[in-house]
Design a binder for this molecule. Structure first.
Ligand SMILES: [Cu+2]
Length: 320
């Protein structure tokens, strides 16, 4: 008895070719639909170069996945229809003893897809300056410019504040960014671990106390975006969100200069701690005292201020 396989079946039909010819137009149609209809609407949009890069990555991976998924569906449907059980046929199917062509095709195709994804994923992580995620205090990959707007993002229970060292170290609860300007975020925290997630900017960076976490993005579309905390950080974590804006450079300059002038006039700039990449809240006496008042109900503060409970000395820094 001769071997009977999908490539040279006993019934003489070229099932492999048929399946391929059904699959090919479907796969091409699906990829065209993804590229032209779905891609422009994919998250996280195109508000920054980082967001646009992520949108492209998702589109490419969808275009790789769709033909694989369609092949499974087409094969499944073909098998159900062509090789279904027929009335009166109680015979077993013929034993199959391997098929070099199918095995080689399978190994080659899966290897190409997986290695391709490995290379694509690695390049996409590296090339757009860290793909919008926090890279730690000394990023390996930086944007190709020295014209950077520095924005320090300070997580605290339960809000983000933003310091602008190039504007006298002024601090705001609003995140306003200029269009067309490369932004260098320095993300840190005063208390527990938060995560800075301005979704439409394509940035997500952990905010750890004592750590300067750097992320990059270049706003290219005007409009508003949402900033969320993406790390469960206490009882009001869910309310830790805000809205930011991308504005024209002129509007941004006016906004930042106005806040700087007001904070200078009111003495806020003098009262703020010197700009630093991280802050130890225990050496800010006023902040320390205020936090200790509520330490009994916010467990995290208990970790950072033990010496305050023991000695009652509000000026005593805590060494980790
Ligand atoms: Cu948080």
């Amino acid at each position: 008895m001769s071997h009977s396989t999908a490539a040279s079946p006993a019934d003489g039909a070229r099932h492999g070719l048929r399946i391929f010819l059904i699959w090919l137009p479907l796969a091409v149609a699906a990829d065209l639909l993804i590229w032209f209809a779905l891609y422009p609407h994919l998250p996280p949009g195109r508000m920054t170069d980082q967001a646009q890069g992520q949108q492209f990555d998702i589109a490419v991976m969808a275009m790789l996945a769709a033909p694989v998924l369609l092949f499974v569906w087409v094969y499944f449907a073909y098998a159900l229809i062509v090789w279904r059980h027929r009335a009166g046929d109680d015979e077993d199917g013929p034993p199959i003893h391997g098929n070099t062509k199918i095995q080689a095709t399978w190994i080659t195709a899966t290897a190409v897809i997986v290695l391709g994804l490995f290379v694509f994923g690695t390049v996409q992580l590296i090339v757009p300056a860290g793909a919008g995620a926090g890279e730690g205090p000394s990023p390996i990959w930086k944007p190709n410019t020295n014209n950077l707007l520095q924005v320090q993002v300070i997580g605290q229970e339960w809000a983000f504040t933003y310091r602008f060292p190039q504007f006298g170290g002024m601090e705001s609860t609003q995140l306003v960014l200029p269009q067309g300007q490369q932004v260098e975020f320095h993300v840190t925290s005063l208390d527990v671990i938060h995560s800075f997630w301005p979704y439409q900017l394509g940035v997500k960076a952990d905010a750890n106390p004592g750590v300067d976490n750097v992320a990059y993005a270049k706003p290219q579309e005007l409009g508003s975006f949402t900033v969320r905390c993406n790390e469960l950080c206490g009882i009001w974590h869910g309310a830790m969100f805000n809205y930011g804006r991308v504005v024209t450079p002129a509007v941004f300059q006016a906004w930042a200069r106005a806040i700087q002038a007001r904070e200078l006039r009111l003495g806020v700039l003098a009262a703020l701690p010197r700009y630093a990449l991280t802050y130890d809240p225990t050496v800010i006496p006023q902040l320390g005292r205020d936090l200790v008042k509520v330490a009994g109900i916010t467990g995290a503060n208990g970790y950072f201020y033990p010496s305050l409970f023991q000695s009652g000395d509000p000026g005593d820094p805590v060494s980790p």
